[in-house]
Ligand binder design. Structure first.
Ligand SMILES: N[C@@H](CCC(=O)N[C@@H](CS)C(=O)NCC(=O)O)C(=O)O
Length: 233
């Protein structure tokens, strides 16, 4: 068996997507978990993007969450039948460009949310940045568009399957809803998205990789694995 390794930070929603897909595929891997970002020179030894997740499968070395999960689906099949089962690929034959458009739009939503989060820890919030205000104005438009891409209430983006799009949206909205970054996605206006998130939150793979809280000063987690421990606690 080739050795699989995932480098990730505790709070990263992009890394959580990969951890959930690895779990759905029942794949073991070495967890190289970092609580906060190390110095750039040290991160550059693993990836020129300086970002996580970064993944190794034997000699195959990958970064970019979307690419990693596509690689996983192309190379491994799920040994278990979840309800619904994990989709076999990112796109369906008859709607590949639409499926890619949904995936890319969710990626943009996640990128915007994590930028807002990072800026907030650095002291700049939406209220005092015109740039972040414009960024945050994406959310109602993107969510309204995504709501219309879910065919019916109680389904995901690809009815009958757990798609990579579902998993990514679940991770990014999990981050937005659980971190004090000043974004209210107003999910009450998007019932299909809300219902998808509720059902993902009951799924074993989502619960096995919970959303962890991170903000400056957090140095670890208590025995329950989810309550943050601060430097001066
Ligand atoms: N496009 C990248 C985005 C990844 C990303 O933004 N990662 C953030 C964490 S969520 C990051 O690595 N920030 C620096 C760090 O945490 O060390 C992907 O999809 O993997």
């Amino acid at each position: 068996m080739s050795k699989r390794v995932l480098l990730f930070t505790t709070g990263s929603p992009f890394s959580r997507i990969v951890r959930i897909v690895l779990d759905e595929l029942c794949l073991d891997y070495e967890r190289r978990e970092e609580i906060t970002a190390p110095a750039s020179e040290s991160r550059a030894e693993s990836t020129p993007t300086l970002q996580v997740p970064t993944f190794w499968d034997g000699d195959q070395h990958l970064w970019e969450s979307g690419l990693i999960v596509e690689y996983l689906l192309a190379n491994y099949t799920s040994p278990r039948e979840g309800n619904p089962p994990l989709a076999g690929s990112l796109t369906r034959k008859k709607s590949q460009w639409q499926d890619r458009l949904v995936a890319s739009s969710i990626h943009t939503l996640g990128t915007t949310a994590t930028i807002i989060g990072q800026m907030k820890w650095g002291g700049t919030s939406i209220e005092n940045s015109d740039y972040l205000t414009v960024c945050s104005e994406q959310f109602p438009y993107l969510l309204s568009w995504l709501e219309n891409q879910i065919p019916s209430l109680g389904e995901g983006f690809q009815p009958g399957a757990l798609s990579l799009q579902d998993i990514a949206l679940g991770c990014h909205l999990g981050y937005i809803l659980n971190r004090p970054i000043g974004i209210d996605p107003k999910l009450e206006n998007f019932p299909r998205v809300r219902s998808l998130i509720d059902s993902l939150n009951e799924r074993e793979s989502f619960n096995n990789s919970p959303i962890l809280w991170w903000e400056p000063g957090v140095i670890g987690y208590a025995g329950d694995g989810v309550t943050p421990v601060y430097k001066n606690d």
